[in-house]
Ligand binder design. Sequence first.
Ligand code: IVH
Length: 674
Amino acid sequence: MSEKSRVPSDVRERVEELREQIRHHDYRYYVLDSPEISDAAYDELYAELKRLEAEQPELVTPDSPTQRVSGQTRPGFNEVEHHAPMLSLDSGSDEETLRRFDSRVRTALDGPVVYIVEPKLDGLSVELVYEDGQLARAATRGDGRVGEDITPNVRTIGSVPLTLRAEREAPSRLALRGEAIMMIEDFERLNAQLTQADKPVFANPRNAAAGSLRQLDPGVTAERPLVFFAYEIMAVDGQTFESQSDRLTAFGDWGFKISRHVKKADDIDEAIAWHHQLESERDDLEYEIDGVVVKLDDLAAREELGATAHHPRWAFAYKFEPRREISEIQAIVVQVGRTGKLTPVAMLRPVDVGGVTVSRASLHNREEIERLDIRVGDKVRIQRAGDVIPQVLERIDDSKTKRGPRFRMPERCPSCGTEIVSPGGPLDYCPNGLACPAQLKGRLQHFASRGALDIDGLGERTVVQLLESGLVESVPDLLTLEAKELMELEGFAELSANNLVEAVEEAKHTTLDRFLYALGIPEVGAQTARDLAAHFGTLDAVLEAGPEDLEAVAGIGPKVAEAAHDFLSNSTTRKMIERLRQRGLTVEEAERPSSDALAGLTFVFTGSLSRLTRSEAKDLVESLGGRTTSSVSSKTDYVVAGEDPGSKYEQAQELDVKILSEDDFLAMLPKGAR
Ligand code: IVH
């Protein structure tokens, strides 16, 4: 008996019918935003399909609407090579640059042109590949040549069709590009939920979209409200298109969402007008956009113009100015961070800057306040760049405002009253260390943070509760928390208390670099902590090191060495480490370099390498005792440039840093290293 005949044909038909209906309603709901049936009626269809598929598992197909979530967490993302490099766009925020782009285009094509002006969606760029109408693969942009395979995650996005709609014939192969974004409303709801759960929130919808999509567990992605908009065809077999407008129509037919804010422009002035129009509506849109993309409509003309190594010559991203508003300084308060550093913060009359209420902005230090020449009562212009952190740009001269007195740093710590020290330069410190409540709070938070011991569920709110209740008076106290005492705290139930105890238990076994970072050694960030760990190997070796030994670590100068040594040899630090160990903390030995062939050398990689991945290259350098950093400076010894190197290549030239090809780099490694 053949496979097929085992399932009664009426069941088979019903399953097909249900799938058709569910696909239709998914499309109405996720793509058109216009459902035809109630959620309850939809749930019924879905439940019936689920039931039939459970009874007849051989009927389950990968494109069934029930198969959006595949289930398992993966150990990491696989790399996928893009068919054609995923280029980025030439961009600028001034009209002049855009006009120059336009005249280049018209000169090259020798005539007038038509543009399509699309919103520049602020999310994560994703490439989708369909084979015979079925979603076959989804990948991030990565470095443009190689991206990450995020297919299981993308399958969970309701507005990504698993099967192209039959409104238009499905090509045998279709590769397209679009943006996965999070709607502003959904972003706010998600952050509210995260706050409730005492988890870190996302800074903006783009980070939320990226963080949700790059989850190793597609189940988590499925819970996040992501939306996909299609905007470019990268390759299509068997069908030809003449214009971007035709392609956008095709996207609609295939069941993709396309932005409602696309406009055809007969010349650059119309494109500029649309940019201004969208900029003025920007704060009322349902998603974040950071400009418009001006693209040639005519695809044959695009062919003619071609692309540079970085971007197509037929498109330009005309960005919006960062959002700016005017506010007033109501007070300047001084905060004490985990290292004791004093940071003046401007308390502002709350203003809405692009949908986010800004009521405070860091003024960084005493000198910055002098530079800006600001006082309480002053009117100031503030800016929120793409990344939310608000900045005070300048004081606005206004004879009508009454200016307060000049700002002066307090002489005593606002948290513990200890006399402030100012070691010269712009910074001021409270020298009271962990005996200062503000510093203790900062240190506890830092100790538990992601790059440090990564104790899940121990965010700022919980740290404050632990301190206020007296359950924790020092860092080592974190290790002896008990579920029953936690349950006394507001917002804790048995489950959450047990989870936190469990998370602490897990964190007790850690790696040397994480532990060194967690200690909060002055001037020692995550990178320096890794350098120290790789150099010394064990915690005891780090603790025994003198200032000269520390200075011998590549990337550590005399000042950092001295500060780190003071901190590490200090009796408070020693006692703390001792007590952490007594309470069960164990620190793994770090992997030592297998040779010191590259000791003392600093590498920066740019562009795509062909024989090894970026991370393999970095591991290789580190295993040979060298270090890698992400930006070029005068301390960089070599920049290794692969295909399509970025701006680091030019920086290297400017700074006279030696540039190596991938082959040069491989050739300088000792035999057998690779
Ligand atoms: S077209 C070959 N259209 O902007 C060029 N990009 O660097 C393909 N973006 O990474 C890009 N909205 O993530 C295009 N309507 C739009 C876009 C758009 C947003 C993003 C894309 C890209 C970045 C530009």
